[in-house]
Design a protein around this ligand. Sequence first.
Ligand code: ZN
Length: 190
Amino acid sequence: MPKSQLLKRGFKANAEKLSVSYREYLSIKAWEPLCAFKLAEFLKIPIFQATDFVSSETEIQTLKSDEWSALTMVTKKENRIIIYNPFHSEQRQQSDVMHEIAHIVCEHKRDCDKYDFPIPFGMHEFDEVQEEEAKCLGSTLQLSKACLFWADKRNFTYEEIALKFNSSVDMVRYRMNITGIAKRKFITIK
Ligand SMILES: [Zn+2]
């Protein structure tokens, strides 16, 4: 079963709506880039760099090794905060943070202790449905259908789309495929 089938009916459509609504709140047009850090600020979600909390050589090496992206933590005061890896490219940081914002917007709960610090680097998220929802919503926030259509209309390459929307090329490809725009394009060319 493709993982996208884990999503509840209507989830994708709601993600698109939310992507447009947040842009409206921030006075950004539906097809314009949305910065994850600005969105977090709007949603009043505090964001920290992992390097604010760790400094040992081993931990810094873990961050640099590309294995660790970001996580959402509930502090002892019940605040949800996002901690991200500042060693990732700006494009990766955008999708990492959008992914975590999506977990918070979806009110995902994890069966884990509340942490203050240190950061649980080894911690993985297990809930497949929640992960798929965060992947879907996070990527839609970054690249709404409106963004993709806007770029497609101008015959942007995936690289150009990535540059315009500060995302990775892989993310562009993923969104073009999952929205069916890539297929539509292929049929048109044919
Ligand atoms: Zn996740």
